[in-house]
Design a binder for this molecule. Structure first.
Ligand code: ASP
Ligand code: MG
Length: 409
């Protein structure tokens, strides 16, 4: 008999029928003899709707009150699921985050879990009950309800799995796992059986949004093996786990595309110490998230500096950069939103050579021009024209043969 933590997201909880489907799934796991802790998100689009409601009465709602409001979404879910399970004859009890012993820091709307005292959950499990916990919330040091940031129920599930030393942490969602690429763009995309934490983190931050990144970091830190699977079918999903040697046999695990990027270029900056420091200090102060940075070889004492930012931050970047151009003695700045970032990710890159070569050759054979490049140990990203993003993802997916069945690892 094992202990399961099963988390269900909003799209799996859209209405009463969905709730009954989830109840059946939980019921069946319990009927197999396992202990079950369930973590739920708010039903359907409830959280979005609550945020909209608040903005109608106050454009800048107080964050403590925002947490009071948003935490209600999850509370509806847990009570309804408990009732659905009772109707099936199961013993189940719902709990808020605070009742479940989840403590957080005081950063309202983006709190971090600081401690979990799972005593009450354990007592209920020992009585044979299914315990259903509100995701995304906990109790702050001042005994207020605090929420963990959008998508935070994933983190609640992983944290509970770690605290309870659960055998399995299953994240049920509306996709059946993690894919080699977005299947809407690359028809040949294939569901992965396994993926390493680090690969998942790179792919998630690239826009393959299946799990909240924070939950993956948490899982990695505490060695919680995650399974991402669909709540609509009874098929195995993708296991996210520690990297093992075998995983390195596969050079590239997945291809990601991010069309929500913009490129800023500052032209003819004097090539002197302190210039980059000043520029990026001001951008940080303006809360602009800078990603790739490229500085050209300098010519006659001047150089161009380019960097990418999320597209919805480009106006903030422009305000800062336009002000800095005269101060830096630069010639000017350009802002380009027609770009996309395409990346290949895989822990196998650590031990294989020629990966960059294969990537660039595939792009050039298809006449796709590379404008910027950045690399990490397990990722190579390029900036290209956004019109070519989908084609580039397909080309790279083919070049690394990701549509084929890979050796088991
Ligand atoms: N209901 C919250 C949200 O929509 C938390 C979650 O879904 O994980 O962000
Ligand atoms: Mg959600």
């Amino acid at each position: 008999m094992a202990l399961y933590v099963q988390k269900f997201g909003g799209s799996s909880l859209a209405d009463a029928t969905c709730m009954q489907r989830v109840a059946q799934r939980v019921y069946d796991t319990r009927a197999e003899g396992h202990s079950v802790v369930v973590v739920l998100s708010a039903m359907g689009k409830t959280t979005d709707n609550l945020i909209n409601l608040s903005k109608q009465v106050n454009p800048q709602p107080d964050e403590r009150e925002m947490d009071m409001l948003l935490a209600t979404g999850e509370q509806v879910s847990v009570a309804i699921l408990a009732m659905a399970l009772h109707a099936m004859g199961a013993e189940a009890v719902s709990m808020t985050g605070p009742q479940a012993g989840i403590s957080t820091d005081s950063a309202h709307t983006k709190a971090k879990i600081t401690e979990i005292n799972p005593e009450r959950i354990v007592q209920n499990l020992e009585k044979g009950r299914i315990v259903i916990v509100c995701g995304f919330q906990g109790l702050s040091p001042s005994a207020d309800i605090a929420t963990l940031g959008r998508g935070g129920s994933d983190t609640t599930a992983v944290a509970l799995a770690a605290a309870l030393k659960a055998d399995r942490c299953q994240i049920f969602t509306d996709v059946d796992g993690v894919y080699t690429c977005d299947p809407r763009i690359v028809k040949a995309a294939r569901k992965l059986d396994i993926i390493a934490y680090d690969e998942m983190l790179e792919l998630a931050s690239m826009g393959a949004k299946v799990l909240q990144s924070r939950s993956v970091e948490f899982a990695k830190k505490y060695g919680v093996e995650l399974e991402v699977l669909t709540s609509f079918d009874r098929i195995p999903g993708t296991v996210v786990k520690e990297e093992v040697n075998d995983m390195e046999q596969i050079v590239v695990r997945g291809v990601a595309g991010d069309k929500n990027q913009a490129k800023v270029t500052i032209q003819q900056v004097p090539d002197q110490p302190g210039v980059a420091a000043k520029l990026f200090k001001e951008l940080a102060a303006a809360n602009v998230n800078v990603d790739m940075i490229v500085q050209n070889v300098s010519e006659r004492g001047h150089t161009d500096i380019s960097f990418t930012v999320p597209r919805d931050e480009v106006n903030r970047a422009r305000t800062t950069v336009d002000q800095l151009v005269p101060a830096l003695n630069a010639a000017g700045a350009t802002y380009d939103i027609d770009i996309a970032k395409v990346s290949i990710v895989g822990v196998g890159m650590r031990s294989h050579s020629g990966v960059a070569y294969r990537m660039f050759e595939a792009l050039s054979a298809n006449k796709i021009n590379v404008e910027m490049i950045s690399t990490s140990e397990i990722k190579i990203s390029v900036v290209i024209r956004s019109a070519y993003a989908d084609q580039a993802m397909n080309v790279l997916h083919d070049a690394f043969e990701l549509g084929q069945t890979q050796p088991a690892s």
